[in-house]
Write a protein that binds this ligand. Structure first.
Ligand code: 4AD
Ligand code: MG
Length: 476
């Protein structure tokens, strides 16, 4: 069995015979192979005495080649590493022609690497990001398991629009060239695969609610899809969402859980991804230094993560936030793209980021939003115009969590559904929850890629998911 480089680097080099397998990052002076196997950020130096090997073989050991190396694991006399392998056997699995292999040992732009998304994980930055992503994903399950939550798998294909925003991808097997038509001349979805119109889900919440009403505390963590034409550094058409749903929780319990959850998963990567985060911290600092002073982050990456873990999130009502924004400098000087004039305005990411980055300088939980700008399922407050919603806003990100206490009163829920022009029939099962043993309950959704974006200090959401799906882009 060959060793993983991560594990080997923890061993004392005493001349023991070892094997490793991985990809060549660089091959310097026909002598020094920097080998990486993805187990860790570090490369392992493998020293080749090229006279002992076939010339043709040596020529094929280039950046990107896959090899198996056997030799003695010894202390290194060179600078930059404590240990190395003195290579005795060199096996080439697959070469990588330097003329055509795109990932060369030089700085590539992230734009370039996005076009090589199938190879970019072989760079230090992307391998670090993806290891942190994997660790965060584990931390999510770890947290909820420890809290006594049950993981439920909610469907991907759905007949209802959970967010009521109508931004869904259709799922259909109808032949677009020859669709069955109904009497009005429209496509007859009764003849489609499911006998009705279906879409990819925008959220697993509604189904998660049904399970919370039996299992108590549940969460779903799966892919969600939004056909919104948002070409920003914060939006994907396919992203992963973590949605806990809890019976008998009110909005305050919900906020407490969300805050505890975010801190817990970030703490997990601080402990378990030290090397990768140190590397990403350095990258982040370099990138910030290339920006104009005014746009630079006041904190380094590790500092930012620690700050979030160590400080209480500021809780502010929507109404208070509107007052702050209305009286803010950028609003008065008309620096915002959207000027805040009246209570009821939807907040744009520029406003959210002003509150977090300039005003409070800490993560913010905004709550009690106007009913008009929020989804139908949120619990109506006694004022009749706001709902028990909460959004968590993060520095550099904007909204990272959206959640609410749910409307558990049947009559009010029905009114809200009607007012929003939603077909009640599609939600009959959701309304049943309010007919049979209804109970107060709450939940939230955290966009996983936005969390990874924050934890890795990357600037574009397309660079924290293996294969980003965005408008006009579904390659790979
Ligand atoms: O605020 P949203 O739309 O809330 C819901 O979907 C609720 N059903 C959640 C719940 O209460 N169970 O989305 C939740 C989060 C956002 O705060 C954001 O982090 C992320 O999902 N998100 C996106 N992430 C990437 N790309 C997009 N297009 C996103 N849209 C939302
Ligand atoms: Mg939202």
């Amino acid at each position: 069995m060959s060793s993983k480089i991560k594990q080997l680097l923890t061993q004392k080099p005493e001349g023991q015979q070892v094997s490793v397998q991985g990809w060549v990052r660089t091959f310097r002076a026909n002598r020094f192979i920097a080998l990486n196997d993805g187990s860790t950020l570090a490369n392992l130096q493998c020293v080749v005495d090229y006279e002992n090997f076939d010339e043709n073989l040596i020529r094929k050991i280039t950046t990107g080649a896959a090899v198996k190396i056997t030799g003695q694991y010894v202390e290194s006399s060179g600078k930059g590493q404590a240990s190395e392998i003195q290579v005795s056997e060199l096996h080439l699995y697959g070469s990588a022609d330097p003329e055509t292999y795109p990932i060369q040992p030089k700085k590539h732009s992230f734009e370039f690497l996005r076009e090589k998304a199938h190879l970019r994980v072989r760079t230090a930055t992307f391998s670090a990001v993806m290891r942190v992503r994997a660790a965060l994903s584990f931390a999510v399950h770890d947290f909820f398991r420890a809290e006594g939550f049950h993981y439920v798998h909610t469907p991907i294909i759905t007949g209802s629009d959970a967010e009521g925003a109508g931004e869904m991808f259709r799922v259909s097997t109808i032949d677009p060239k020859n669709p069955p038509l109904n009497e009005e001349g429209n496509v007859n979805y009764k003849e489609d695969f499911f006998g009705k119109e279906t879409h990819l889900t925008v959220s697993g919440q509604l189904e998660a609610e049904t399970y919370a009403m039996g299992l108590g505390e549940v969460y779903t963590f799966g892919p969600t899809f939004r056909a919104e034409n948002s070409n920003t550094t914060r939006h994907l058409a396919e992203f992963w969402m973590i949605e806990p749903e809890m019976a008998f929780y009110d909005l305050i319990d919900n906020m407490d859980l969300a805050e505890k959850f975010i801190k817990s998963v970030l703490r997990y990567v601080l402990v378990h991804c030290k090397e990768d985060l140190a590397f990403l911290d350095e990258r982040f600092t370099k990138e910030e230094q290339s920006k104009p002073q005014a746009q630079r982050s006041a904190m380094g990456l590790l500092e930012k993560i620690n700050f979030v873990v160590d400080n209480e999130f500021k809780r502010v009502s929507y109404t208070e936030a509107i007052d702050i924004l209305r009286n803010s400098k950028p609003n008065k000087k008309k620096k915002f793209d959207y000027i805040i004039e009246e209570w009821g305005a939807d907040l744009q990411s520029e406003h959210e980021r002003f509150l977090v980055e300039k005003h409070f300088k800490t993560p913010v939980i905004l709550f009690d939003y106007p009913a008009k700008i929020k989804a139908f399922y949120m619990r109506l407050n006694d004022d009749g115009k706001t709902v028990r919603a909460m959004d968590i806003l993060f520095p550099g990100i904007g909204e990272i969590v959206g959640g609410s206490q749910r409307e558990e009163r049947l009559d009010i829920l029905q009114e809200r559904i009607k007012a929003m022009g939603i077909e009640e029939e599609e939600l009959w099962w959701y309304l049943d929850l309010r007919k049979f043993g209804t109970a107060p309950h709450s939940g939230f959704g955290l966009g996983f890629e936005r969390l990874v974006l924050f934890a890795t200090g990357m600037g574009n959401i397309r660079d924290v998911i293996p294969f980003p799906r965005t408008p006009q882009n579904a390659s790979f």
